[in-house]
Design a protein around this ligand. Structure first.
Ligand SMILES: Nc1ncnc2c1ncn2[C@@H]1O[C@H](COP(=O)(O)OP(=O)(O)O)[C@@H](O)[C@H]1O
Ligand SMILES: [Mg+2]
Length: 256
């Protein structure tokens, strides 16, 4: 059983078909890349998978269970977490606060218990603090926990988004162009981080344009063009696929 199974998904916005009858399987434990030109439907795919948009047709299963009707927060609870192509950190909150807000999906205490500050609440707060610290440590931002997020360099704000997603303890992490705006060195660090995430048993769906990153970390690459899947294979095979070269790689090459 695949961790994520996408079956014949189509997503239309008015007359525009952003995803066209796309099927793919993301196997547990793999780093699965999705690449393709701008406007190919990559972000829309993440939005459909995470429940931002209901697909026009087709179905999505997670751990063998249909999730089509679930709201985004329900999918987070099941173990799906994402980052955004356009950063969504809260600029005036601290680094730590930005990660802490993601924890509400994993807390169980109600308003009454919180008001009374029961022992369970105190315990839960300690657990949240631990998870936040652990996530910040994992991405290398522990020493900046108290900084306002907006004072982080751009590449580190992207790491902060990853920490926030990691703190929800996902089984599947969906990264939408995490390398965008990163320096070459930051992108190399990102590649190492993505492999460390996978080594923790978290499956990764990775969208990016940085081909060196894609080719060095991915187990499988799905190539989309105009919403259609045009290839799916190992990085080495996809790189040589004539249709992929024509639609995407030709103009781009191995640009970092
Ligand atoms: N909410 C929306 N409403 C209308 N059109 C959209 C919406 N989201 C995406 N699109 C369109 O869907 C197509 C695919 O966009 P997108 O998924 O962002 O591509 P990519 O991430 O591959 O660059 C584009 O033509 C885009 O304009
Ligand atoms: Mg996009």
């Amino acid at each position: 059983m695949a961790l994520l199974e996408v079956s014949n998904v189509t997503m239309q916005f008015g007359g525009l078909t952003a995803i066209d009858n796309l099927s793919t399987r993301v196997e547990k434990g793999e780093i699965h890349a999705v690449i393709g030109p701008n406007g190919a439907g990559k972000t829309t795919l993440i939005n459909v998978l995470t429940g931002v948009y209901p697909a026009t047709s087709g179905s999505v299963s997670f751990e063998g269970v249909r999730i089509d009707g679930l709201r985004p927060y329900e999918r987070v609870k099941l173990g799906m977490a994402r980052t955004f192509q356009n950063l969504r950190v809260f600029p005036s909150l601290s680094v730590r606060e930005n990660v802490t807000v993601s924890q509400f999906c994993r807390t169980t205490s109600g308003v009454v218990a919180n008001t009374l500050r029961t022992r369970a609440v105190v315990r839960e707060e300690a657990r949240v603090r631990d998870r936040v610290d652990e996530a910040l440590n994992f991405v290398g931002l522990a020493d900046k926990a108290g900084w306002p997020s907006k004072s982080l360099p751009y590449g580190q704000q992207r790491l902060l988004e990853i920490a926030r997603a990691m703190a929800t303890e996902p089984k599947l992490l969906l990264l939408d162009e995490p390398g965008a705006g990163m320096t070459l060195q930051e992108t190399q660090g990102l590649g190492v981080l993505i492999k460390r995430i996978r080594d923790r048993g978290i499956t990764v769906l990775l969208i990016d344009h940085k081909m060196r990153l894609i080719m060095t970390v991915s187990d499988v690459v799905t190539v989309v063009n105009f919403g259609k899947k045009i290839a799916e294979d190992t990085p080495a095979a996809v790189q040589k696929d004539p249709e992929v070269v024509r639609a995407y790689l030709g103009a781009r090459g191995l640009r970092t």
